[in-house]
Design a protein around this ligand. Structure first.
Ligand code: NAP
Length: 285
């Protein structure tokens, strides 16, 4: 790739961010389409997020993905938020048009496409879901599940106050869906909910490269339930491994990464994303 004075800059803001496969995926897409752009990973501490958002405007960065732990906090620094992102209460994609910053959420659509592709799950009507995590990614998952007709969602999170806040946010929007929350350490409740759940989803950072895994007593998960772990690095998390051991269909988060990336790319460039090249780059990472 030729980098010159016309090269445009894209990237991802996160902390930590070194685990991310997004640079490989988006640079492969730029190369495939002959777009003179480059995508980099920026390790942004929470206390400098406001300045980092200022740099998008001042340096003319064309587009940014947002990952842990900034998906909620970035919203207050943007000029406009899409209805999907407002609905989820989280932004993972920012488009810069002449200094005007528009926040989107492509995790919602990415999650739904990934569950259909990997676990053949399209219709959530009547399903009971156990969701681990209450951060930015959990908000996208909750939004997707609520609009797709889930019957009940039980959230388990390390910090119970965050679980309470996220639960209240969605309960207010979806009064007919039963949304409950518990502390992740409440093992009796966790065991009880596993026995009633059709789908188990990990949207927390636990199990990601450099993070400890959480001990889920998967032997209590309802028979024929499916397991989705948003984490894609490592490729086979402890959760996915143990789910497969107990004969549950299980998938990591690689397809979600692909589909949210495809949507971000199309928002930024207005071009049809080269999905095969993006997937190839992800598989090579
Ligand atoms: P976030 O907003 O920072 O939230 C992190 C969540 O993980 C919180 O619920 C946090 O609990 C929990 N957590 C962190 N460390 C933990 C630990 N050791 N034990 C138990 N819980 C822990 O981050 P995020 O944006 O939601 O991202 C979460 C994960 O999803 C990351 O691994 C990210 O890479 C992945 N993700 C993947 C995709 C994809 O496309 N596949 C998309 C989005 C996100 P507390 O509230 O107690 O801090």
């Amino acid at each position: 790739m030729m980098i010159n004075s016309s090269t445009e800059l894209y990237g991802i803001f996160g902390h930590p961010v070194k685990h991310s496969f997004s640079p490989a995926m988006h640079n492969a897409a730029f190369k495939e389409l002959g777009i003179n752009s480059v995508y980099l990973a920026f390790d942004i501490l929470p206390e400098i997020l406001e300045y980092a958002v200022g740099s998008i405007r001042h340096l003319g960065i064309k587009g940014i993905n947002v990952t842990i732990p900034h998906k909620q906090n970035i919203m207050k620094y943007l000029d406009e938020i899409s209805p999907e992102a407002r609905h989820a209460g989280a932004v993972n994609t920012v488009k810069n048009t002449g200094g005007y910053l528009y926040g989107h959420n492509t995790d919602v659509g990415g999650f739904l496409k990934a569950l259909e592709a990997d676990l053949k799950l399209k219709d959530f009507t009547g399903r009971s879901v156990l969701l681990i995590g209450a951060g930015g990614a959990a908000r996208a998952v909750l939004s997707a599940l609520c609009i797709s007709g889930a019957k009940s969602i039980t959230i388990f999170n390390r910090s119970v106050d965050k679980a309470a806040a996220v639960s209240q946010y969605f309960c207010e929007q979806f009064k007919n869906i039963c949304i409950e929350y518990y502390k992740l350490g409440d093992s009796d409740k966790l065991t009880e909910c596993l026995g009633k759940s059709d789908i188990l989803i990990n949207s927390s950072s636990a199990g990601m490269l450099g993070y400890e895994s959480i001990d889920i007593p998967i032997q209590y998960l309802k028979k024929n339930s499916r397991v989705y772990d948003l984490i894609y690095n490592p490729r086979e998390t402890e959760l996915v491994k143990s789910a497969r051991l107990f004969r549950h269909e299980a998938s990591n988060g690689l397809s979600m990464l692909l589909y949210q990336g495809v949507e971000s790319f199309e928002i930024w460039t207005g071009e049809k994303a080269p999905v095969d090249s993006m997937l190839k780059a992800l598989i090579k990472e």
